[in-house]
Structures are given as C-alpha cells and as structure tokens.
Write a protein that binds this ligand. Structure first.
Ligand code: FES
Length: 251
C-alpha cells in the first residue's frame, strides 16, 4: 500500500460545510452513542462527508467532522489516512474504479482490467482522466472472488469482467447510463455459468421408498489421493450387491 497523504494545498477547497440534510443525519448518528462516546460515529460521518464532497475527503472536511464530534484534528486525520475507503484526493466525477488485484482476480484476468484503466483513464492510479470524469486504483480483495475479476464503482460491484464488457461498463458511466451491477455475463448472482451443475436430475425411488441416486456415493476410499496423477478423475467404484442374510442361513 502506498503512503497516504492529503491532496496538495492547491487542490484543497478552503472550507467544508455539511448540507442541512447531512448535518441532521450526522446528529442522529451521534445521538446513537452514550455521552462522551460520540467519536464512535466518526467513520459513518466521514463517509457521508466524502459522499457530499464528490467522492473524496478534503482537509477542510476532516476538520469539520472533527469539530462536529469534538475530537482533536489529529485523531480524525489518523482515521482518514488509515482507512483506504477514504479517498484523499479528487476522484473522477462520473466514476472512481477500484480494481481488485488480489490473487483470484489476478488469475482470472485482473491484469486486462488494469490495462483498460491505464489506457482509457490514466497510466497511473489516483490520476484523473483528461476530462476529469474517471480515476482508478488497485485494491485488495473486495469479497466477490467467485465472480472474479471484478471492480467496485461507488457502492456497486461489476463482476465477471473481460476487456470487452468492462469497456461497456465504462461507456455506460460515461454516458450517464451505468449498467446493472453484478455479473456482466449470463449468470445469476454467483450461480454456475450456464446454469445449475448439481441437483439437476430427478432421482428415482430406491428400495424401501428411499431416493436412489444416479450413481453410487463417493467414499473416502474412492477419493483422489495427493499422489494420484492430475488426469485421474475422481469417481465412485460400482459396489457389488450386498450379501443376502437369508441366503447365508440356508447354506
Ligand atoms: S480476489 Fe478479487 S474479489 Fe476477492
């Protein structure tokens, strides 16, 4: 993680004031905590300040939140600079793209997504595109690994990305019509691509009315061993019919 510093002075607005609606909301947050514990509302209120401030937190906003919570400025600065959810410099007006660069996303093509960001937005993270509409950064796992690779834009995730469909996501934000969040391929939530792969056959009825599975169950003895070759397929071996106890008595 890079060193997190406040934006340079020339980018800092002179002041920050909460809108009436956000101030009322912030006071409600503070009221949820016992007297003397109002600092517990710091993160929620900083987040609201960031939303009001176009997606980043200025020094003036940090001071305003500290004043509201009666906290020393240095404490609020510590919070804002520690948590990477707080952007310390201006971000794209239309979208700030957070690209997951952790292993599962890397293995599934995050490099391609980063390439698109570098080509379409800026070759360096945390820099605005020429028109000021977009910015990007690489972040750690965002918890949607099953649909890797993915990005977070504002509060929504866009998943199952390729160079092509990610380009369309950016086009959508550029034109003011962002696509539906979630998987960008034909998949429901994180269900298997192409439809269900299990429990998709109707089992018949076996002996005694018990459901009979299509094939015998896999036992520990059937399971693949670490020493087996990679090409060996794990499948249950057919079992001989159980011995008939009544026949034993007759012999
Ligand atoms: S590794 Fe990318 S979301 Fe988890």
């Amino acid at each position: 993680m890079s060193v997190r510093r406040l934006a340079p002075k020339e980018q800092q607005p002179a002041s920050f004031a909460f809108s009436a609606e956000n101030l009322a909301w912030a006071k409600k947050q503070i009221a949820q905590y016992p007297a003397g514990r109002q600092a517990s509302a710091a993160i929620a209120i900083l987040w609201r300040a960031q939303e009001q401030n176009g997606g980043w937190i200025s020094e003036a906003a940090i001071r305003a939140v500290a004043d509201l919570l009666d906290m020393p400025y240095i404490r609020m600065l510590e919070i804002a600079t520690f948590y990477t959810m707080f952007q310390l410099q201006p971000v794209g007006r239309k979208a700030h793209i957070q690209v997951c660069g952790t292993t599962p996303c890397r293995l599934r093509g995050a490099e391609d997504i980063l390439d698109v960001c570098k080509k379409r937005i800026h070759h360096e993270p945390f820099h605005l595109s020429k028109d000021g509409d977009f910015s990007w950064e690489e972040v750690e796992c965002l918890g949607a690994c099953v649909n890797a690779p993915m990005v977070l834009i504002w509060k929504d995730t866009y998943e199952d990305l390729t160079k092509e469909n990610f380009g369309k996501v950016l086009d959508g934000f550029a034109s003011g019509n962002p696509p539906k969040p979630g998987p960008q391929i034909d998949r429901q939530f994180s269900a298997p691509v192409g439809g269900p792969t299990t429990l998709n056959t109707r089992a018949g009825k076996g002996e005694g009315g018990r459901p009979a599975s299509a094939q015998p169950a896999l036992t520990d003895a059937d399971a693949k061993k670490p020493t087996d070759s990679a090409s060996r397929r794990e499948s249950p071996t057919p079992k001989p019919p159980a011995d008939d106890a009544t026949r034993k008595g007759k012999t």
